[in-house]
Design a protein around this ligand. Structure first.
Ligand SMILES: *[C@@H]1O[C@H](CO)[C@@H](O)[C@H](O)[C@H]1NC(C)=O
Ligand SMILES: *[C@@H]1O[C@H](CO)[C@@H](O)[C@H](O)[C@H]1NC(C)=O
Ligand SMILES: CC(=O)N[C@H]1CO[C@H](CO)[C@@H](O)[C@@H]1O
Length: 413
């Protein structure tokens, strides 16, 4: 075939390339909400928050105000990238003594769905701070969230992939004592593809956040509903845990991959995993292995196993553990790790490299001024804990566990 007419592209959908701003998310209705914000004069940060809220409506099993968020923002004007750490802590009362008094040990911790595994949701504060710190200030928070409010109020046809995940995680909403889980179902069932789902409680929660900002979530009726549902299910979160939460501005970490610099939020985010992965991949002539060939897939699978094993072994809260970032991101370290990959066979087991000791949603926006906003927001396991605070319209997250080996991974979210 004449190489000029051959379609040398593996997907059936062409990438969207545009001149005056661009939005990429997992859900067209949510992307549309982001585009609207750009058209109304908002910048990339404003649009990202609009999308985060819209995805909370259309994909509540992956993300929502009950989860955490991390944001990176590139300001064209200042030429720099700053981040917001929108993750929350576990309740203050959950000390080691407390866990022991309940009969838990490091070997036998609470189950992923236990109310004790719910941390303070950081996403709503991250949304407010993203608009405040990085936004255009041409739109109010209320205007930024209005598209999501409308989707929740009027309803939307559930997309095929969303319907699949909704049904897959539906048990989390139906367990004993989770009678409020029905707020995220239709007559006790996950909505089917194409079925219109309304979430008036979430519309109300988002409206209140738009009007009053952080206090609408971290104080008052929403905070009370969160504390109530957690405590009714054996948890110990207090109003004080919620009202004392705030996000933090963070300096991103980065690595260079074949001349391109990739930025990620620092630990406790999992962004490090992507940097470790690229550092390992850099050691292989990927261009010589044709796309999706056995060698190509093998190298990627093995590199991901190595990167995630290190991420899971060393990532933690920098306030409590030392993450050996310098060593891990050193190119000579990844060269060593890359040598563990054999082209003959898959690794039997993957050990961490140092001796020291459904899915998440991701989306990004670039606006016409050249600002860019990158956003991760998730409830970790599908629907997180499955606990739904009364009249709030969202479920509460579980935090990311630190697993020793990859096989026990429930679901990256
Ligand atoms: C991010 O926030 C969490 C929870 O508030 C905190 O424990 C952690 O230390 C913060 N990390 C950074 C790098 O600021
Ligand atoms: C649940 O919480 C315990 C104690 O904080 C922790 O050890 C365990 O890894 C958590 N499990 C999950 C799945 O997050
Ligand atoms: C992630 C999240 O689950 N709440 C999450 C928001 O996204 C980050 C990155 O995946 C997670 O680390 C947080 O746990």
């Amino acid at each position: 075939m004449d190489s000029d007419t051959e379609l040398n592209f593996a997907s059936r959908r062409s990438p969207v390339v545009c001149l005056h701003g661009c939005v990429a998310s997992s859900q067209p209705l949510a992307s549309n909400v982001g585009l609207d914000v750009l058209k109304r004069g908002g910048n990339a940060a404003d649009a990202a928050v609009a999308i985060a809220a819209a995805l909370a409506v259309t994909e509540p099993f992956s993300t929502g105000p009950g989860g955490d968020a991390f944001c990176l923002f590139y300001s064209k004007n200042m030429g720099e990238i700053r981040g917001i750490n929108g993750s929350g802590r576990s309740p203050r009362a959950q000390t080691l003594d407390f866990f022991e008094s309940r009969g838990y040990t490091a070997e036998a911790p609470p189950s992923p769905y236990d109310a004790l595994n719910i941390t303070v949701p950081g996403a709503p504060a991250c949304w407010c701070d993203t608009v405040q710190l990085f936004g255009s200030h041409k739109l109010s928070l209320q205007e930024v969230l209005s598209g999501a409010v409308e989707l929740a109020e009027v309803g939307f046809p559930v997309a095929e992939v969303a319907a699949h995940h909704w049904a897959k995680w539906v048990a989390a909403l139906r367990d004993d004592g989770k009678e409020l889980g029905g707020d995220l179902l239709i007559d006790g069932h996950a909505p089917k593809s194409g079925q219109v789902f309304r979430n008036p409680s979430l519309a109300q929660t988002l409206r209140e956040i738009g009007e009053r900002g952080k206090p609408a979530f971290y104080q008052g009726r929403v905070a009370q509903a969160i504390v109530d549902v957690i405590n009714q299910n054996g948890g110990v979160m207090t109003l004080d845990d919620l009202s004392s939460h705030d996000s933090e501005v963070v300096t991103p970490i980065s690595t260079e991959y074949k001349g391109v610099r990739l930025w990620e939020p620092p630990p406790n985010s999992q962004g490090l995993a992507a940097l470790l992965l690229l550092n390992i991949l850099e050691n292989f002539p990927l261009k010589d292995a044709s796309h999706n060939s056995a060698d190509y897939v093998h190298i990627h699978v093995e590199a991901v196993r190595l990167a995630l094993t290190d991420a899971r072994s060393y990532l933690g809260d920098p306030n409590h553990v030392t993450v050996p970032l310098g060593t891990l991101l050193d190119k000579s370290y990844s060269r060593q790790r890359a040598q563990l990959i054999s082209m003959e066979r898959a690794m039997k087991e993957v050990d961490p490299g140092l001796t020291t000791g459904s899915d998440t949603v991701y989306f990004c926006v670039i606006d016409s001024e050249g600002n860019a906003c990158s956003f991760v927001n998730s409830t970790y396991l599908g629907f997180g804990s499955g606990l739904v605070p009364k009249d709030c319209g969202f479920s509460l997250q579980t935090p990311q566990p630190r697993h020793k080996n990859l096989d026990s991974s429930p679901h990256w979210g």
